[in-house]
Ligand binder design. Structure first.
Ligand code: ADP
Ligand code: ZN
Length: 433
């Protein structure tokens, strides 16, 4: 076992004790240094000394993304500026971004989390790791970079974009691991095909470390089939650290959370009650030992479940379900709740549908219009209108059988939908609000 993985196997009683001890240090620290937290605790009539068992955490207030926006840039920062060594900001599609200042200790925990994920995937210091996540304010690039370096891998920091050069470097330097968004990997694969590069034949690529956006099991299978690599899932968010909060082991259908640093809860998003392990709800994290911008009971909006039972790998850290949906990406179309991931799973059941699609929503005076544009594979692309109509009907039936709605299905030529270097935008919602 790589020594970096040792904490993954901490006996559960020891782990719970450690979590409680860390919380009993963190909560008074936050109460002392962050006015918003102190005010909310006072309003609820709860004091740091009320944290006697782990279950008592439920007495404390939640934090939300809007708090980070309202307190932008530094209102939730607990450490003095002399201890801060890095800022990250999350995209924030509208208005102000959110800003997370970190101390060196915070960054060390994050790198360790990312390194533990890579080690769990079977990556070692013999590997050459290409980081094609974006570098900069976004946490993807630097998170994967420091994780891989911590493990002792050779890192190739290409960042996102300049795809043909990336493929050349991948071949020339014998890259064995690629880290990027799953949607960018699909784009890389298309460009490689155009260049006549076959991942199996012409590269040493073995592992893909994919995250930053939801991706279905069906896309995962597609990726593995077209490239011959093993596709691993890595999860994280800027507010809690970045990629490396959780990752999948070879045995579990989910992701082990590094809960010696990131304490998980699942809540009912309506009642805000904590749900028992095994039930699905909104994922909430407390950063147990990050002191730059601690997050206490941070509501991620990601929908998941903490699995019960032991994982055959022997890791004691709890496993969460893969994230297929965020509570805020649920679409309501003609009164029906639809998640983009459901549509993706339907499309991927049709072999001639390429893994590139876009959901378009608009409205007329009287109704919502729901269209899905689906790229088809080069093999299926032809002038045979009857064959195309048959394919269109099969795509429609696949969507209708699961979603219960009949969107307009438009088949489009290979390569015609926009590609992304980072997180892909699958839904264009132009409906009147
Ligand atoms: P933003 O909230 O602006 O997208 P982040 O870059 O911090 O900023 O993104 C974190 C979010 O990305 C997570 O809350 C989650 O919704 C999504 N995400 C990250 N990793 C994964 C993953 N492996 N699977 C599914 N979704 C993921
Ligand atoms: Zn496991």
């Amino acid at each position: 076992m790589n020594p970096i993985s040792k904490p993954d196997f901490t006996p559960v009683p020891e782990l719970r004790k450690m979590q409680l001890e860390k919380l009993q240090k963190l909560i008074p620290y936050e109460y002392e240094h962050v006015a918003l937290f102190r005010r909310r605790c006072d309003e609820k009539g709860v004091k740091p000394r009320d944290l006697v068992t782990l279950a008592d955490l439920a007495k404390f207030p939640f934090m939300k993304k809007t708090d980070l926006r309202d307190e932008y840039p530094l209102g939730l920062t607990a450490a003095p500026m002399r201890d801060i060594v890095r800022f990250h900001c999350s995209s924030g599609t509208t208005g102000k971004p959110i800003c997370i200042p970190s101390t060196q200790g915070d960054l060390d925990i994050w790198s360790e989390g990312a390194a533990r994920c890579l080690a769990m995937y079977g990556i070692t210091q013999d590997d050459v790791v290409q980081v094609s996540y974006g570098y900069g304010l976004f946490t993807g690039g630097l998170g994967a970079h420091y994780g891989a370096e911590r493990l002792g891998c050779a890192v190739l920091p290409t960042g996102a974009g300049n795809t043909e050069k990336q493929i050349m470097l991948m071949q020339d330097l014998g890259v064995t691991v690629i880290c990027c968004t799953p949607s960018y990997f699909l784009h890389l694969a298309t460009v490689a095909e155009k260049m006549g590069v076959d991942f199996r034949r012409d590269t040493k690529l073995k592992h893909g470390v994919f995250g930053a956006e939801p991706w279905t099991d069906e896309i995962r299978t597609r990726i593995e089939q077209i490239s011959g690599i093993t596709a691993h899932d890595i999860y994280g968010l800027t507010e809690i650290a970045g990629p490396g909060v959780a990752g999948n082991c070879p045995y579990c259908h989910g992701l082990h959370i590094w809960e010696d640093h990131f304490y998980p809860e699942i809540i009912d998003p309506d009642t805000l009650e904590v749900l028992p392990d095994g039930e699905q709800g909104e994922l909430v994290f407390t950063t147990l030992d990050r002191f730059g911008t601690p997050m206490i009971r941070y509501r991620t909006r990601d929908i998941s479940r903490l699995q019960t039972g032991e994982c055959p790998c022997g890791r004691t850290m709890r496993v969460m379900d893969r994230i297929h949906a965020r509570s805020d990406d649920m679409l309501i179309i003609h009164g029906v709740n639809v998640f983009p991931s459901q549509i993706e799973a339907c499309l991927m059941k049709v072999p001639e549908a390429a893994p590139h699609y876009q959901i378009l929503l608009s409205s007329t005076d009287t109704m919502d219009l729901f269209e899905i544009q689906v790229e088809i594979t080069a093999e299926a692309f032809s002038d045979d209108m009857r064959a195309l109509e048959g394919l269109r009907r099969r795509v429609l039936d696949a969507v209708k059988s699961v979603v219960g709605l009949s969107p307009k299905i438009t088949l489009v030529a290979p390569g015609s939908l926009p590609r992304s270097e980072g997180k892909i935008k699958r839904v264009i919602d132009n409906r009147r609000k």
